[in-house]
Design a protein around this ligand. Structure first.
Ligand SMILES: N[C@@H](CCC(=O)N[C@@H](CS)C(=O)NCC(=O)O)C(=O)O
Length: 295
C-alpha cells in the first residue's frame, strides 16, 4: 500500500515537472503506470493472510440468501454451511470466528469480487469446474458439498421424468453451471426448451410460483431449500433425474499458496473433526490428533 502510494506520488511529480510536455508524457506513461499498478496490486493481494490480519476482518463472499448454505435469520445473523466455512478461516487466521464481514453476492458477481480483491474468500455454493479452475485465476480448496442438477415441477403437471420436459420453459439463474448443463442435456436428448432467467434464487422461486416457467432447475440442494419457501410446498415435486455432478467448495485467488493452504486445511480440519465427533462445544485436547491429520 505504502509502496503503491509512493509510486503514484512519484509519477505525479514527474508529470508536473514536465508540464509543457504533459500530453505526450501522459500518453507515454499511461501504459507504464497501468502495468506498475497492476503489478503492485497483484503483489498487495498475493499476501492475503497479511492483508486480512492488518484489516482484522475476513471479507467472505456468500450467496444473497440460500437456506442451509448462507442466509440470515430473523435477528440478521448469517447461518449455514458456507457461513461456517468463513468463520473457520477467521478463527484460523484472526483467532476469532466472529471477525467476518459477509459480502452477499449474486452468481454473476461472485468471481469478479474474488478477482478484484473485494473478498478474501468465496464461500458460496460454487461448482468446481475445469474452466473456473484453469482459466479464471482461481483455486478450489476442496469440496464441502457434493451436489447435482435437478428439476422441480408442479405436482399437478403429472410429470415423472425430465425427458417429458420437451418444449418446457425453465426458471434458472444467470452465471451458473445450471445454464450450461441444461443446454447440453437438451441438445444431447434432441429436445427444445426456453428459459426465464433471474439473478437470484429469490427471483427464481418467485418466477416459478408465479407460473413464469414449467420447471425450476438448479442444484438439487437448492431446489429442496427453495421448495420449503413455497406457500404450499407439497404442491411441487423434485424429479429423480440428476443431470450433472456439482462438487461445491470454497474458492481463493491463484498465486497465494499460503492462503490456499490455510483455506484448504480449514476445510479438511472441519471434515475430519466431524468424522471424529469433535465440536466447538467440547473442551478438547485435539492438538496431538490434529498434528498428524491426514485428509
Ligand atoms: N453450483 C452452481 C449453481 C450456483 C447457483 O445456482 N446458485 C444459486 C442457486 S439457488 C444461488 O446460490 N442462489 C442464491 C442467491 O441467489 O444468492 C454454480 O456454481 O454455478
Amino acid at each position: 500500500m505504502a509502496f503503491s502510494t509512493y509510486m503514484n506520488v512519484d509519477l505525479c511529480i514527474l508529470i508536473g515537472k514536465l508540464n509543457n510536455k504533459f500530453i505526450i508524457m501522459q500518453k507515454l506513461l499511461k501504459p507504464v503506470t497501468l502495468s506498475l499498478l497492476t503489478v503492485i496490486s497483484l503483489q498487495t493481494k498475493a499476501d492475503t493472510l497479511s492483508n486480512v490480519q492488518a484489516k482484522g476482518t475476513l471479507n467472505c463472499g456468500v450467496s444473497t440468501g440460500l437456506v442451509g448454505f448462507s442466509s440470515t435469520d430473523s435477528a440478521g445473523k448469517w447461518k449455514g454451511l458456507d457461513v461456517d466455512m468463513c468463520r473457520a478461516v477467521a478463527a484460523a487466521t484472526l483467532g476469532d470466528a466472529n471477525k467476518v464481514k459477509f459480502v452477499p453476492l449474486t452468481n454473476k458477481e461472485r468471481f469478479i469480487a474474488l478477482q478484484s480483491g473485494e473478498i478474501d474468500l468465496l464461500s458460496r455454493n460454487t461448482t468446481w469446474t475445469i474452466t473456473r479452475d484453469a482459466s479464471m485465476g482461481m483455486n478450489f480448496a476442496g469440496v464441502n458439498y457434493y451436489d447435482g442438477q435437478g428439476f422441480m415441477v408442479n405436482k399437478s403437471l403429472g410429470i415423472k421424468s425430465a425427458k417429458e420436459l420437451d418444449g418446457a420453459t425453465f426458471c434458472l439463474q444467470a452465471g451458473t453451471t445450471t445454464e450450461l448443463t441444461l443446454a447440453d442435456y437438451f441438445r444431447s436428448n434432441h429436445m427444445n426448451y426456453k428459459i426465464a432467467i433471474s439473478d437470484t434464487a429469490a427471483q427464481a422461486i418467485k418466477g416459478f410460483a408465479a407460473g413464469r416457467c414449467d420447471a425450476l432447475t438448479s442444484d438439487q440442494s437448492q431446489l429442496y431449500a427453495l421448495k420449503t419457501t413455497l406457500k404450499n410446498p407439497s404442491s411441487a415435486i423434485i424429479l429423480k433425474d440428476v443431470i450433472s455432478k456439482e462438487p461445491l467448495g470454497p474458492v481463493v485467488r491463484q498465486g497465494d499458496d499460503k492462503w490456499f493452504n490455510i483455506v484448504k486445511w480449514s476445510l479438511n480440519v472441519m471434515i475430519s473433526a466431524e468424522e471424529m465427533g469433535i465440536t466447538s462445544k467440547m473442551l478438547i485436547k485435539p492438538l496431538k490428533i490434529l498434528k498428524h491429520l491426514v485428509y
